[in-house]
Write a protein that binds this ligand. Structure first.
Ligand SMILES: Cc1cc2nc3c(=O)[nH]c(=O)nc-3n(C[C@H](O)[C@H](O)[C@H](O)COP(=O)(O)O)c2cc1C
Length: 458
């Protein structure tokens, strides 16, 4: 069988993920795997039709398609996303129709599930038969047990293609409301006080609803707010995954384009950030994705700590819970506060006006109160994972992260909680005695609320 492999790593042949593909190839030499380094060659693919055509021809004559990509910021790298956008833009989705497919990623398992959800949705939008996901941890290939797991995955993939099996769908096609937002004039203005507000967008004039939502929100504040358009910034290229930044947060593009300076002097100095974009496939645009990927030069540290963040989104966000989770998790991981998300999907201009005014008020009030919502599993889980990685495997090269983690007290290993350890060993020993266990059990609920009730009484 012939399988086309689309490699989404900007590192091309040097991709960690691709080594997993090579392992499958080694285990199944009877099948031919044809690899295209899509992310790395994206400029060429965009500008030279024959290069794009060569990939399409290979896809059309393949029995199956394997997407191979690192997880980048809850998703895939920006250039890989750009490739997906190009397929839809050029109406080439028929090259994928009915093909069996799978997505293989490597990562440290931080929000790999959202990347996989995204890719599965895209494959289903392309009319493909999604056989499965394989999410490898960077070092898995070094372990025999994991190699066996990968071999079984490969066997399953080829088997499904051979048998031409149907696959269940996990998503519905997105439906876009045909609605033109007509804003009213903002009568009440929210007093911005001394707050520095920065709106970042990738909007283009033809995206009418988005442009109007931006203007309506802008005019809801008492003073002029700054708006930066990502298309006006000179951003030379996507994150290359080179990790040169990890040691002291110096990006290889530093001084060569606008991004790092913009992030350090505009984004990080704002009190309030409003991010505005239009849904493109099942995320925002690849330009927005490039913004997130390039911000990797600050490492795993929460670089937007204490800020208020609001989103303006044009498109059917409520149909993409995966994207909402990404936005929520991103804000939580930044130790920032999600002040609101307003979309145009209600199809009611007056309601959108009202929601925008409410969001403007919340952004200012929360900023003045320094309010950050309590965090959820998204941050608790994510931060524990980062903590262990930066402390362990990733200490080199991520020296800059290690310093920040020490400074922010993020190395909060439970092993150091000596009080709990002593308490636990006493209680566990007592619990072994049936008479005492019975007594403890009758008091368990009462004892749990006791310290909380004490706070209420004080
Ligand atoms: C810009 C950037 C963003 C990343 N984001 C994530 C992430 O969200 N989750 C994760 O687990 N790993 C993340 N990683 C780590 C990569 O997924 C991991 O190093 C992967 O193995 C690289 O694969 P590749 O060599 O095939 O490009 C990120 C790395 C970079 C450079």
């Amino acid at each position: 069988m012939k399988i086309t492999v689309l490699n989404g790593s900007p590192k091309g042949r040097q991709s960690v993920t691709l080594q997993y593909v090579h392992y499958i190839q080694k285990e199944f030499p009877q099948h031919e795997l044809k690899i295209f380094h899509v992310s790395q060659r994206m400029k060429k693919i965009e500008t030279d039709d024959s290069v794009f055509q060569e990939i399409l021809d290979s896809l059309r004559t393949s029995n199956g398609i394997l997407w191979s990509s690192p997880v980048y910021y809850f998703l895939i790298p920006s250039n890989f996303k750009k490739f997906i956008e190009l397929i839809f833009e050029k109406g080439k989705d028929n090259a994928f129709l009915d093909k069996h497919t799978a997505f293989l990623s490597s990562s440290i398992h931080f929000f790999d599930h959202t990347a996989h959800n995204y890719m599965r949705g895209i494959c289903e939008d392309l009319g493909m038969r999604y056989v499965g996901s394989y999410s490898a941890e960077i070092h898995d290939l070094l372990k025999e047990k994991e190699r066996e797991r990968l071999r079984l995955f490969g066997a399953h993939f080829f088997d499904e293609i051979e048998k031409n099996t149907p696959t269940p769908k996990s998503s519905q096609p997105l439906t876009w409301r045909d609605f033109e937002y007509i804003p009213s004039e903002a009568k009440k203005k929210v007093d911005t006080g001394s707050k520095k507000i920065l709106m970042i967008t990738d909007s283009q004039n033809h995206q009418r609803n988005l442009v109007r939502m931006i203007e309506r929100l802008r005019s809801s504040f008492s003073t002029e707010i700054e708006v930066a358009n990502l298309h006006d910034l000179d951003i030379k290229g996507p994150c290359q995954g080179c990790l040169n930044c990890a040691y002291e947060n110096q990006c290889v593009y530093q001084g060569k384009d606008d991004f790092n300076e913009f992030y350090n002097t505009q984004v990080r100095t704002a009190d309030i950030l409003i991010w505005a974009g239009k849904i493109t496939d099942r995320y925002l645009s690849s330009r927005w994705k490039q913004f997130f990927d390039r911000s990797f030069f600050v490492g795993h540290a929460p670089s937007l700590r204490g800020k208020q963040i609001g989103f303006l989104i044009s498109g059917p966000l409520s149909q993409i819970p995966n994207l909402r989770q990404i936005l929520e998790a991103y804000v939580e991981m930044q130790h920032a506060n999600l002040a609101g998300i307003v979309t145009d999907e209600t199809g009611d201009s007056a309601e959108i006006d009202h929601l925008l005014e409410t969001m403007a008020g919340c952004l200012i009030r929360f900023s003045e109160d320094h309010y950050i919502q309590p965090y959820s599993f998204l941050r608790v889980g994510g931060e524990k994972l980062f903590r262990d990685q930066i402390w362990g495997h990733l200490r080199f090269p991520f020296r800059a992260d290690h310093e920040v983690y020490k400074k922010l007290g993020l190395y909060d290993f439970p092993q150091k909680d000596y009080r709990s350890r002593i308490q636990n060993s006493i209680m566990l020993s007592l619990y072994k005695i049936p008479r005492i266990r019975k007594k403890i059990n009758t008091r368990l609920k009462k004892e749990m609320v006791k310290p909380l009730q004490k706070v209420l009484e004080d």
